[in-house]
Design a protein around this ligand. Structure first.
Ligand code: ZN
Length: 243
């Protein structure tokens, strides 16, 4: 069984299309949340993700905020502006899809969640934060998004000292039975790990590997659309640098 892992699309249709072209032979998908927010194509991205075959999708904070289910007080002013604009772009049907997304889901032996466990919207950026999630995880693998950084954490079953390993330029994880794992395949629509290319994952369940890859896309076209929609300048500029 092969799964395409997608996360943090953030309404960036050019980046999503580039990733889906790379995953064209895949017929199972896991989306780790934040389909919308920041970018210029929220409706089109929701429709594309919804139509993926055998999709497991969890809610991100931006998805919930765009449908009035997450307090805007948690966001900075630029994100808030983008969320309010996004909300006005979505149809009732697109909103009800976002509102229906669960906070976590089980796929094969993994748990999928936007941020962490037990708090689904917490950020994992350090081994200490990863350990909180390891303690709350039911099994040996968690798939996460939220930080827009492609990386993974692994911890030996007998210890509580996770290692943090970058996937900034892509890479392959070969799962070992003596370890537990938390994997973030990185962001499609707004990478923040210093690599502006869209990031995604390919999970081969029976083989026991998970590979992340980067693919370039037409950044300027998305930036022009964001400009035309009068979205905040900082959000537009950061796509060029991936930070
Ligand atoms: Zn996000």
């Amino acid at each position: 069984m092969t799964y395409g892992l997608i996360s943090d699309i953030h309404a960036n249709l050019e980046a999503l299309d580039a990733v889906l072209a790379e995953l064209s032979g895949v017929d199972r998908f896991v989306c780790l949340g934040d389909i919308v927010g920041y970018g210029a194509d929220p409706g089109a991205c929701v429709d594309k993700v919804r139509s993926l075959p055998n999709l497991t999708c969890v809610a991100g904070n931006h998805d919930l905020a765009a449908v009035g289910r997450y307090d805007l007080g948690w966001f900075n002013s630029l994100a808030r502006d983008a969320i309010q604009w996004t909300s006005g772009q979505l149809s009732a049907e697109q909103k009800s899809f976002l509102a229906s997304l669960p906070l976590s889901a089980h796929v094969e032996q993994a748990v999928a969640v936007h941020g962490s466990l037990p708090d689904e919207m917490a950020y994992i950026t350090t081994p200490q934060e990863a350990q909180v999630c390891f303690d709350a995880m039911p099994g040996e693998l968690a798939l996460i998004g939220h930080t827009h950084v492609a990386e993974y954490y692994r911890v030996r079953r007998s210890t509580r000292f996770p290692e943090q390993i970058s996937l900034r330029s892509g890479g392959e994880i070969a799962f070992e039975p003596e370890h537990r794992y938390i994997v973030n395949p990185g962001a499609i629509g707004q990478p923040r790990d210093g690599n502006p290319a869209a990031s995604f994952g390919l999970w081969e369940v029976e083989v026991g590997t998970l590979e992340t890859r980067r693919v370039g896309y037409d950044v300027e076209r998305q930036q022009e659309k964001m400009q035309a929609a009068d979205l905040p300048e900082h959000l537009i500029a950061r796509l060029s640098v991936g930070h």
